[in-house]
Design a protein around this ligand. Sequence first.
Ligand SMILES: [Zn+2]
Length: 341
Amino acid sequence: MGEYDQHTPAEYKARFPYLKEVDSFALLNAQLDVENAFANHRKNPGHFGYPNFRAKHFSKKSYTTNISHNNIELSANYLKLPKAGWLKLRLHRQIPADAAIKSVTVTEMPSDAVYVSILTERMEKAKKGFYEEIAEEAETVKAKPSEPFRTLRAVGLDYSSPHFFVSSDGYVADMPHWYRLAEERLALEQQRLSRKVKGSKNNQKQKRKVAKLHEHIAAQRRDWQEKEATKLAARYDVVAVESLDFHGLSQALRFGKSTMDNGFGQFLSILERKLNAKGGALVRISRCEPTSKTCQCGYVNPDIVLGMQTIECPVCGRIYDRDQNAALNILKAGVRTLMRK
Ligand SMILES: [Zn+2]
């Protein structure tokens, strides 16, 4: 790394007293991050841009500290951190008894809520080397008897507004009512914020209120999406979707940011993770397929435009729901894609 790494964070403590607020691991981790950023940039300037300066007031507020002796401890609902001491916390997930804490990342959200993420390592695995682990995994794969032939269950999903998605078997996933209410409330509080004098106490207070609501809605949305994805992953092995360009779509339809913020992209990555975990797959089909204009008889109807919900096919006379029909076509295209592989 050459001339850059001659300095230690301790040297800067006199000039920047706030550096004394955290422990030396936190500073060391920050230094490592900076060094990595520069090393990455030097190695591949096309991919990694020149590192940006971090302003104290506009950056994500977080730091990571590592375990050493007993500087970090977890006991019931309390966490001990270096310098900070014992802090009360609400544990979202139990840490297994045989897991050892490696590091802790503390993040302060704009709403002032503080989250800690605890990285642990299972004792059993820690003792074994990486390659031993891989060899062991390969053994268990070999030992498994070959699976009997099984029918793959597949479904297609069509992203639809105002719904969230419509499936090829007619299931309509709607963002829950309480979510819409929370969004309306957020819009109202944001409007109130815009009326406050910039920099005033009330402005600060309202800013925190809006941030808190934002975080709450994001958590609710994620929770709901996890549940919808769990249901789908339990029922199907393969889910076909259209690879939509959401930025383009939101501009073309002139939707407000909030409409597109429903996070279909986030939902798909949750779903993909769940499907992959059970050996299934998420199949993305190209957006060039005329999924919403093609009838099940094969006729491509040029007269179908956005906003038409019930369609009557002039060729075969079938009456169908536009979204479900699109989902069916997405499913067919998804299966074709799989067959080609
Ligand atoms: Zn038709």
